[in-house]
Design a binder for this molecule. Structure first.
Ligand SMILES: NC(=O)c1ccc[n+]([C@@H]2O[C@H](COP(=O)([O-])OP(=O)(O)OC[C@H]3O[C@@H](n4cnc5c(N)ncnc54)[C@H](OP(=O)(O)O)[C@@H]3O)[C@@H](O)[C@H]2O)c1
Length: 235
């Protein structure tokens, strides 16, 4: 199997690489990072530096790849150096809103646009993106975090729409959005204080749960939003 992990330098992305590199059936892992690769290196892993919001860069990188069995996109932002998620509408900042949209929603579209030919081999395949439960409109009871919620809701709509198109053109591919659970990474660090005990996962645990989901996916599951424990989430 050949697997792409986009956002492989992040807490969750790197845990995917570590877990998958140990599997004997996996021949090669193509990993991308925005700034620098994760510290550990494996002989199966080939790193590329790639800004997933830059279409020309994604196109040129994709042109170098052969067939792909799984793609897992684990890139995303919740906060930047100057800006955290909004507690109220009064904190909306246009630049942060647009950066959240371009980093959380756009990469899945660019990856699908430039990698679709790599899934044309007919074998069961996976195109998964790590979304977030807070991107569910139906599940939104707490409010807040406008930019993050909106960008993940946009991502979810993009994936659902892609699943419908690929059901016709690439019926071997399961297109899914994943919710990893609250996971101890740089992204969640500033917001971990209020997480109930036992509900903050290590990246290794979160990824082992998501891999259980991915391992049992069939093309018929395409178009689902699936939590780490297998729960089907409302869009
Ligand atoms: N941690 C949680 O509790 C949690 C909960 C729900 C959903 N999620 C989602 O899970 C995914 C992974 O998050 P994480 O917790 O692993 O966060 P993380 O450790 O901060 O990793 C984020 C990753 O996104 C990459 N990235 C950011 N901007 C990028 C760009 N323009 N182009 C390419 N890559 C870019 C980063 O690359 P560099 O480091 O190289 O910049 C890094 O690899 C995100 O989509 C997040 O929304 C996380």
């Amino acid at each position: 199997m050949k697997i792409v992990i986009a956002g492989g330098s992040g807490g969750i992305g790197n845990a995917f690489i570590e877990a998958l590199a140990r599997r004997p059936g996996i021949r090669q892992i193509i990993a991308t990072c925005n700034r620098s690769p994760a510290a550990a290196s494996h002989s199966k892993v080939r790193w590329y530096r790639l800004d997933l919001t830059d279409e020309a860069a994604v196109r040129d990188w994709a042109a170098q790849l052969g067939e792909i069995d799984w793609l897992v996109n684990a890139a995303g932002i919740l906060h930047t150096t100057g800006q955290g998620p909004e507690k109220t509408i009064r904190q909306i900042d246009p630049a942060f809103f647009l950066e959240s949209m371009s980093t959380n929603a756009l990469p899945a579209l660019l990856l699908a646009k430039h990698l679709h030919g790599k899934f044309r081999h007919g074998r069961p395949a996976v195109f998964a993106t790590v979304s977030a439960r807070v991107g569910s409109i139906g599940d939104n009871r707490l409010g807040g975090w406008f930019s993050y919620r909106a960008s993940k809701a946009a991502l979810n709509m993009c994936l659902k729409t892609l699943a419908i198109e690929w059901r016709r053109t690439l019926p071997n591919v399961a297109v899914v959005a994943l919710h990893p659970g609250t996971t101890d990474t740089a992204l969640s660090k500033p917001f971990q204080r209020n997480v109930p005990q036992g509900q903050l996962f290590s990246p290794e645990y979160s990824v082992s749960c998501m891999l259980r989901v991915l391992d049992t996916l069939r093309p018929a599951d395409s178009g689902e939003f699936i939590a780490f424990d297998g729960e089907r989430l409302p869009w």
